[in-house]
Design a binder for this molecule. Sequence first.
Ligand SMILES: Cc1cc2nc3c(=O)[nH]c(=O)nc-3n(C[C@H](O)[C@H](O)[C@H](O)COP(=O)(O)OP(=O)(O)OC[C@H]3O[C@@H](n4cnc5c(N)ncnc54)[C@H](O)[C@@H]3O)c2cc1C
Length: 404
Amino acid sequence: MDKKNTTYDFTIIGGGLIGSLVSVLLSRNGFKCCLVERNSLAKMSGLKKFSPLSLNYRSIQILKKFDLWDKEVIEASPIRNLTMKCFNSLNRLKFSSSDVNLRYLGYIVNKFLLQNYFIDIAKKQEGLDIFENSSVTELEYIKNQTSCLIKTSSKELKKIHSKFTILSDGEPSELKEKLGFKTSYDYHNQTSYMIDCEAKIEVGAAVQLFNQDGIFALIPYSTNKTSLILSLNDENKDKYINEKNQVSMEYINKIFSNYLENIKEMRIISSYKLKSSKSKEIIKDNVLLLGNTSQLLHPVGAQGFNLGLRNIESVIDLLNRKTNLKEEDISKKMNQVGVIIRNDRKDILQMTDIATNFLASSKSIPRIISSLMINFLKISQKSKLKFLKKVLGIDNCSYLTIKG
Ligand SMILES: Cc1cc2nc3c(=O)[nH]c(=O)nc-3n(C[C@H](O)[C@H](O)[C@H](O)COP(=O)(O)OP(=O)(O)OC[C@H]3O[C@@H](n4cnc5c(N)ncnc54)[C@H](O)[C@@H]3O)c2cc1C
């Protein structure tokens, strides 16, 4: 790899799922790119921890379109049924892939395996220089050159001149702050626990439950293993997790009694205080924010990566094969991308807001609103279609069973 180059069409800062993927796709389209990642990009070995990532139907289609879907390598497991149950309106939504003549609604993958897969491809990608163990320390837009000057801690390359920059350095992003992108935050008074569990389960049947103690998900990833995501309201979390950081079998049995049997092993994989964020602008001075840098979503509905992937598709579709795009053309096209991304993001943020503020609330007004909303979903074809498209990524498909 020629690392003497200091001028790139695109510099991508942050090599998480989003940064590594967009770097591969832009390079494939003939753009000279560089990816800067502050940590090592060596394969994560062992992978004893299963970190679930739900890819919806649309995400699979996008990965297939970009020839980046190898379900054996990433050990993907199909989701064929999805049940959503809302305690405060006593409503239940059920989706089954067979009802809509599909083989699956989505897939569960291990986030670490997917990350390894993207990085392996990135390392072999022509036209993509990768600088790992290198932090971007400064990023400045040089107005009269309509390009960015980027300083890094890399010994190989201290300064980069980039026509355009994609900032995918996650949340929090110091660089985003320095560039003056404003961000709004939401604190949910919840703590999210990711739990690995061995039990008797219905293979391929995912569940999302809204309860007065929080929001719960069951995500099966093999014949007898499942991830449980508990987003627990802080005032009730001690019921579920004791002071030794052990999960209460009694409460898990209570919550998931219809879906889990013979639980053998349960261990907490990770936990964190829930916060979501949204940057007010997405694009400014030849810098586009993507992935967690642009928005950090509540895990309800598992939409974070799915949205980021659609945003990447919008970037690639608009730039398409490089036809000697001039700098101002790249900039113009990227501004158009910004508008598409903003609209897509608005819909998803609205849905996660509804889910967190209404469906899981025990207060009387949210209870009435959530009951009205679900009943509206039962009768309005338009809202059914929108729901299926936005949440599951399934287009032109009207079937939806709603049981009271
Ligand atoms: C519990 C949980 C469950 C989830 N489940 C789902 C799901 O089921 N479906 C779904 O679609 N999404 C899900 N998500 C969201 C999904 O994981 C994220 O949307 C996705 O991982 C975002 O990746 P990213 O590349 O934007 O950010 P990150 O993974 O945070 O990557 C940012 C990268 O930038 C690097 N970096 C930071 N600063 C610098 C710097 N100055 N210089 C160079 N590099 C830098 C970091 O080292 C890091 O590698 C879930 C998230 C959580 C927490």
